[in-house]
Write a protein that binds this ligand. Structure first.
Ligand code: PRX
Length: 652
């Protein structure tokens, strides 16, 4: 349970000479919101610009006159900021450490100089293949060095990358490729996760047979496992054959600060995943500033974020933030429980990791294995721990703090979203005392607020919907190809604010406690999935008439997926069909979308106007049938009784 009085200051001796103190935070936060132009104009100097911006901020959330622009007359290149500018003084410093899926495969250390050369070679190759500024490139790679190289090479030539998580299915690849009209895909023969191979190239082949994908001219294939793949010439080209002989320098494209940098698809409460569009200057500035301040970054740190580059955390806090800060960033291909559940801690010891950033779902899964697999490792190198992706329950927080960090390392619980580009609410470890389960206080320039269902602002200690009342540089700029959807989704619910979709409580000390999504998005192991996507995958099965999906509390995943399915007339319920439906959803979306429970529903609870009452379905899924509330407005209240009777009851 959370105990608001439980406070953990950074342990004595934690702070270094550049650690931000409580006084500095208070002073700079006040300045950042009172005079954002001055604050961010100054902060922009942390980047190298071809042309320094003179206009800092041009923002209006007014629906009639909507705009979000930062540093709009500035010009820069992201890859130059992540690579070239470090070469003179830090060329030999390790930029990336790659740790393979299996501990016996040798790890790699890639210096800034080497990474620069690799990026330039690929950038030249892409240009030769006809990819230029503004073209979209899909990246579907495992967690290997080439993933970072591919992102930076796109940035170098002004191409817009769209990374698709390696766990997604051919259907999901095709949806994304056709939505953004990619010209080229970079993939690998196979990926490896926990010694199992993932058929990446075969998935791309299957995706490119689906409608809407004929914009793709070239598929570059990294030879990673050496597994056999079909090469379809001239479309498919081996990466090394195209890249190795290229010159190792490449003229960077001059990009306007508001030119697109990448598109990343994420789930919302309605329809298909939307292409979150981030731009160049504000995004990079925000990723690098938050990374340095929140992780209290120092020159000799070895920093490890366990996310996948297929998610925004990998973009901002494996690649762009750390490399812009000339940090050493570790890329891990594997999983926490292979070859055994000490793997994370062994990797920390092997590479002397100082900063470790992971997700509550991983912490909970490892916590279940007890202390012994942790305690048999040293972990002495660690000095800071981070958490991201979902609310961390105080029990998991304490285990992370006491067992993993030996009560020596502060924890930064970082709240943010794909849309926000970087962390918005988090402790600064030397400035803000932690409370287990709270993301604590806003970062510089971030103005959170709570509103009730009618949009009235709540003051003091309160619980409501979390909105942000003003812009920050890392904010998304649009939904790719559908700007109106961007405005409608985020700025209409509570006019004059950005609506996060999260519920939140603020305590008497002004600390923020995120309570989870208040919309139809489920957060499974820190991965967002829209109930609408799941429902449309289910009804795409020929035997399904109707489906309704809700989240329910899950010990390890945070939330699990609970689906109510009504079959077409004449179809029979069976265990076999249940398994077939799970498989069907996995192949439509990907393994992260596997339903945990499918309950057969002879009927769904609907209002007389035909709207499914999810509130009731959520309560049944939570195994709280005594909390259904008013069911009298249902067209047929008796359907509820049968759903309650047949509900899934967790084993004690
Ligand atoms: O509900 C919040 C939850 O994850 C959502 C954003 O998911 P996504 O865009 O996939 O980005 C995940 C990585 C930034 C949020 O709306 N969330 C993320 N971090 C936290 C969190 N909930 C509570 N505490 C967090 N630290």
């Amino acid at each position: 349970m959370s105990n608001p009085a439980e406070i953990h200051p950074a342990p004595a001796g934690f702070a270094g000479p550049d650690t931000i103190t409580a006084e500095a935070y208070a002073r700079d936060y006040a300045r950042s919101v009172q005079d954002p132009d001055a604050f961010w104009g100054e902060a922009a100097k942390r980047l190298d610009w071809f042309k320094a911006p003179t206009k800092i901020r041009n923002v209006s959330y007014d629906l009639q006159d909507f705009r979000i622009r930062w540093f709009e007359d500035g010009e820069l290149n992201v890859s130059v900021n992540c690579l070239d500018r470090h070469l003179a003084t830090k060329g030999d410093k390790t930029a990336l450490i790659w740790e393979a899926d299996g501990p016996d495969t040798e790890s790699l250390h890639v210096s800034y100089r080497d990474l620069h050369a690799r990026v330039c070679k690929l950038a030249n190759a892409l240009r030769n293949l006809g990819v230029g500024k503004g073209d979209r490139v899909t990246i579907y790679l495992p967690m290997i060095v080439e993933a970072a190289v591919a992102m930076l090479a796109c940035a170098r030539i002004g191409a817009v990358h769209c990374v698709v998580f390696g766990g997604f299915s051919p259907n999901s690849i095709a949806d994304r490729v056709s939505d953004c009209g990619s010209k080229l895909i970079i993939t690998a023969d196979e990926g490896l996760r926990g010694s199992k191979s993932v058929p990446l190239k075969a998935n791309v082949d299957a995706a490119l047979k689906l409608p809407g994908t004929n914009t793709v001219e070239t598929v570059l294939v990294v030879r990673h496992t050496g597994g056999a793949v079909d090469m379809q010439m001239p479309r498919d080209r081996w990466y090394d054959a195209v890249v190795d002989d290229q010159p190792d320098s490449c003229e960077p494209e001059r990009m306007n600060a508001e030119d697109p940098l990448f598109i990343l698809y994420t789930s919302g409460s309605t329809g298909k995943p939307k292409g979150v569009l981030h731009t160049t200057g504000g995004y990079l500035l925000f990723a690098s500033y938050t990374h340095e301040a929140i992780f209290d970054l120092r020159d000799n740190d070895v920093y490890w974020c366990t996310a996948d580059v297929g998610w925004v955390t990998g973009h901002s806090y494996i690649v762009y933030g750390p490399l812009a800060n000339a940090a050493t960033s570790l890329i891990f291909e594997g999983v926490p429980n292979y070859p055994d559940v000490s793997r994370f801690w062994n990797v920390i010891d092997k590479h002397q990791v100082t900063i470790f950033y992971t997700a509550p779902t991983a912490i909970r899964a490892l916590m279940r294995e007890g202390e012994a697999p942790v305690k048999k490792t040293s972990r002495k190198s660690l000095r800071l721990l981070g958490s991201v992706g979902e609310p961390i329950n105080p029990e998991a927080w304490r285990w992370y703090y006491e067992v993993v960090g030996d009560s020596r390392c502060p924890i930064v619980d970082t709240w943010w979203q794909t849309e926000t580009g970087g962390i918005l609410i988090s402790p600064l470890p030397g400035a803000i005392d932690a409370k287990p389960g709270s993301a604590t206080k806003p970062f510089f320039g971030v103005q959170p607020a709570l509103v009730d269902a009618n949009g009235a602002f709540l003051e003091g200690a309160a619980e409501g919907n979390l909105v942000i009342t003003d812009s920050w540089p890392g904010q998304m700029r649009s939904v790719y190809g559908d700007h109106q959807r961007f405005i409608d989704t985020y700025f209409k619910a509570y006019p004059g604010t950005y609506f996060t979709g999260d519920g939140c409580r603020r305590d008497e000390d002004g600390y923020y406690w995120i309570t989870g999504r208040v919309d139809d998005v489920i957060n499974v192991s820190g991965h967002r999935i829209g109930t609408a996507e799941l429902e449309s995958a289910l009804v795409a099965h020929p035997k399904v008439a109707e489906a309704a999906v809700v989240g329910f509390p899950h010990d390890i995943k945070g939330q699990g997926i609970y689906a109510y399915v009504t079959l077409k007339a004449g179809e029979e319920y069976s265990e076999e069909l249940r398994k077939e439906l799970v498989k069907h959803v996995r192949s439509e979306i990907g393994p992260t979308a596997s339903p945990d429970h499918i309950q057969w529903a002879p009927g769904l609870p609907k209002t007389r106007s035909g709207k499914i009452m999810r509130r009731i379905l959520r309560k049944i899924a939570e195994n709280a049938p005594d909390q259904l509330g008013d069911t009298s407005t249902l067209a047929d209240p008796s359907v509820v009784d049968s759903l309650v009777k047949e509900r899934y009851i967790p084993q004690a």
